[in-house]
Design a binder for this molecule. Structure first.
Ligand code: 13P
Ligand code: SF4
Length: 379
């Protein structure tokens, strides 16, 4: 069989796949080359039975995703975590902020486990609680805070979600950002959108018909003056995803030159100029559904994380599915969850130990839950 563009692009890339090993696991991690790992994961899962529920984000490696009871984008996984009260252990194959959300949405008796504590998110780290509090104080001093609703992307820490809960705000994901913004604007307010400027801008301008002039960028390091913030519908926190932020407008032009008739489909965490040039934009779940529905023989260039694009190319061999850019690589923190870490977590649980439990304190849980439940209740 002739090689697809994706296969050509991804050949030689496996060396990029986060080869770092977590430093946060006490005890011995089984070596990556251990041929028994798959069997060990299967046995540990079987031993834990109904007590265990494994969630896997679409960006996880295949070796991990094969053991997920449910796969999804961050919205679907948050819903699924909330819908499993009978599971004693929720093993979250994703990143730290997702595991925190699962802990917030599950009951106190349920334990959420992140197989490698090094699986963080650089975007979430771009909005720290102190920075956001400081920005809010500046809005209060300028007499603006009463007219602002904070909306945070799921990709933020629990204390930022709690901040939004306390200040009448909401959480959103890439699947429901438009609905969350509509909800805020129906209350006649401006929005402080955290922490992903691109999702905020792309949703406001491309999905809701606002102009770029309706948006202002808020750098926590060089905050704009009160005059610049006044009257702006969208105050965009200056954060971004280091993976999606690397796709360029040139890569869209380039793939169009190389592949006649190609459909370009990108995630809304990509930069505005990339999304403007693309044919379709949507969350990971939307990307999968679009490819499922696409006609056989159609060509697609996808701008999202490489583990998912590789999997999609394998799932739909009747379609030509390529990776949008030659220089973008895997999300290194998502990739930290590998089979050795998963086996270690599952075997520890089967032995009665609870490794790498993610716990959010009570007050943060209360307010973050307020913001998350507002999101889950969005029409
Ligand atoms: P979604 O799963 O909401 O599409 O977000 C993508 C992402 O970057 C997760 O870290
Ligand atoms: Fe964070 Fe981007 Fe990785 Fe998602 S893909 S976990 S937003 S760095």
């Amino acid at each position: 069989m002739a090689m697809t563009t994706t296969q050509l692009y991804i050949l030689g890339r496996d060396a990029d796949a986060g080869s770092e090993r977590g430093v946060d696991c006490p005890g011995e991690l089984p070596p990556a080359s251990d041929p028994d790992l798959v069997e060990r994961a299967r046995k540990a899962k079987e031993a834990l039975g109904e007590r265990l529920f494994v969630l896997g984000h679409h960006y996880q490696r295949d070796e991990v995703i094969q053991f997920a009871d449910v796969t999804g984008d961050s919205f679907k996984l948050a819903q699924q975590a909330a819908a499993r009260p009978e599971a004693e252990f929720i093993v979250f194959c994703g990143v730290h902020f997702m595991a925190e959300s699962a802990d917030i949405l599950t009951s106190p008796s349920q334990r959420v486990i992140l197989p490698d504590l090094g699986a963080g998110c650089s975007m979430a780290d771009m909005a720290t609680f102190d920075q956001v509090e400081e920005a809010w104080e500046a809005l209060e001093d300028a007499g603006l805070a009463d007219d602002v609703i904070p909306v945070t992307y799921m990709n933020s820490s629990a204390d930022i979600k709690a901040f939004c809960g306390r200040h009448g705000g909401v959480v959103c994901t890439s699947s429901n950002a438009k609905r969350a913004l509509e909800w805020a604007f129906e209350q006649g307010k401006q929005v402080l959108f955290l922490p992903d400027q691109h999702l905020g801008r792309n949703t406001a301008v491309l999905e809701m018909g606002m102009s770029l002039e309706d948006c202002v960028l808020y750098s926590p390091h060089r905050p704009p003056s009160a005059d610049k913030l006044r009257g702006k519908k969208m105050i965009l926190w200056q954060g971004h995803c280091s993976v999606h932020g690397r796709f360029t407008a040139e890569s869209v032009d380039d793939v169009r030159r190389r592949v006649p008739g190609v459909n370009v489909l990108v995630h809304p965490e990509c930069r505005h100029e990339v999304v403007l040039k693309a044919d379709h934009v949507g969350s990971t779940e939307h990307i999968i559904k679009t490819l499922e529905a696409a006609p056989s023989g159609s060509s697609w260039a996808i701008g999202t994380e490489l583990n998912l694009v590789k999997r999609l190319a394998q799932m739909f061999p009747d379609k030509s599915i390529s990776f949008l850019d030659k220089t973008v690589c895997y999300c290194s923190t998502m990739n930290r969850i590998d089979l050795p870490h998963l086996v270690w977590a599952l075997e520890s649980l089967a032995l009665g130990e609870v490794p790498n439990q993610i716990t959010v304190d009570q007050d943060t849980t209360h307010w973050a839950k307020v913001a998350l439940e507002r999101m889950l209740a969005l029409p």
